[in-house]
Design a binder for this molecule. Structure first.
Ligand SMILES: N[C@@H](CCC(=O)N[C@@H](CS)C(=O)NCC(=O)O)C(=O)O
Length: 363
């Protein structure tokens, strides 16, 4: 147990995508924490951003944004480690986080809200969870609309389902012989992928059926991530290796997500090029952009946050020495991630009081 004088307080929801990313980390690090049901109004007051989850530390600080929550947990409680330090595994973990945070929401929203059965059961769960019919309905209405904003339209359904099928197949193969994504120890990569796969897929009726009927090894991995005991942990693969079955996972992710992500960033950068001079904070969304998934055109709301997430991976990539980068490049040949790592953003976003801001000198 990583001892603290008081518990962490995790403001979250069981069915929340991003809560599912942080919860396994709290358990893996053997932290003393209590989970309370999030109150968005309260979070808005504390941080100015109505996003779930937040983590309140034993000394009363509030952390928001799951990427930063995981970073801070690693700094405060480095053992057991969540972030590999060897370049190939570290890069793979960050790319899986990028995929999960930026693309995984599309299949997640499709399976939760994109069918009659999915929507009806999600609505019932929201009402039960919120404990009030009217507020439950309002929250469900907002999320059902968000499905379309996130690009999970009916027209895109066949492409989304084909992507999901391929992903579950390569994951099933991988977890058939490896307990976690990077070997026998949990990492940032597992936490991030729990967002879509536990937060939505395992919680929702339609996708849960799909998992239990056709991806049992993935269900086994979900159980391991939810109950990561210390004696259940081995080590990441020796020699900074990636299992061949993980390369297949990275390829399904990269080939489908790279275009959607880079189109978002290009669209945001085009907006940022001509923004009025006095704009310090980008708006939360800047309207739709056009992209495609397996040849099916989709329109998706463009979120400046996508650039911040891309920067996070690129900063890791650029922190490596030349020979390390070469090894990373070799490990990702043909995976679809090459274009992402080659991208050179023209703008740079930072954060101030939880809000995204253009970094000084960005014009
Ligand atoms: N980048 C944020 C995203 C958090 C987020 O989008 N949370 C969802 C719930 S899983 C939310 O609060 N959505 C409310 C909304 O979009 O208004 C993080 O990593 O924490």
């Amino acid at each position: 147990m990583n001892a603290t004088p008081a518990p962490y307080r995790f403001h979250a929801f069981e069915v929340s995508y991003f809560s599912a990313k942080v919860r396994p980390a709290l358990r893996y690090k053997q932290l003393w924490y209590e989970e309370v049901r999030a109150n968005v109004g309260d979070i808005l007051q504390r941080t100015g951003l109505g996003f779930i989850p937040i983590l309140e530390t034993p000394d009363g600080q509030v952390w928001q944004d799951t990427s930063e929550i995981l970073d801070q947990l690693e700094v405060c409680h480095p053992n057991p480690p969540l972030f590999p330090t060897s370049p190939v595994q570290r890069m793979a973990a960050h790319l899986i986080e990028l995929y999960s945070d930026e693309f995984g929401l599309i299949p997640a929203m499709h399976y939760r809200w994109g069918s009659e059965l999915g929507e009806a059961s999600a609505r019932a769960r929201f009402t039960a969870m919120i404990g009030n019919e009217k507020r439950g309905r309002a929250a469900a209405d907002r999320m059902a609309r968000a499905r379309l904003m996130l690009g999970a339209t009916d027209a895109a359904a066949p492409a989304i389902e084909a992507h999901t099928r391929d992903l579950l197949d390569v994951l099933s193969r991988h977890f058939g012989s490896s307990p976690y994504l990077l070997g026998a120890r949990m990492s940032l990569a597992d936490c991030a992928l729990m967002g879509p796969l536990y937060g939505h897929f395992f919680n929702d009726l339609v996708s849960r059926k799909l998992l239990l009927e056709s991806a049992v090894p993935v269900c086994g991995w979900i159980e391991r991530c939810n109950f990561p005991t210390s004696d259940g942990q081995g080590e990441w693969l020796e020699g900074d290796a990636l299992a061949p079955s993980l390369r297949a996972v990275l390829s399904v992710m990269g080939r489908d997500a790279a275009q959607v992500l880079l189109d978002a960033v290009r669209s945001f950068e085009a907006w940022a090029d001509t923004r009025p001079e006095d704009v310090e904070e980008p708006p939360r969304a800047i309207g739709p952009y056009a992209t495609a998934l397996r040849g099916t055109p989709i329109q998706k709301g463009c979120l400046p946050y996508s650039l911040w997430m891309l920067q996070r991976s690129l900063d890791v990539y650029r922190s490596f020495s030349e020979p390390e980068r070469k090894r990373v490049d070799e490990s990702l040949v043909g995976s679809g991630w090459e274009t992402v790592l080659a991208y050179q953003p023209r703008h740079r976003l930072g954060k101030k009081n939880f809000q995204l801001i253009f970094e000084k000198g960005d014009s």
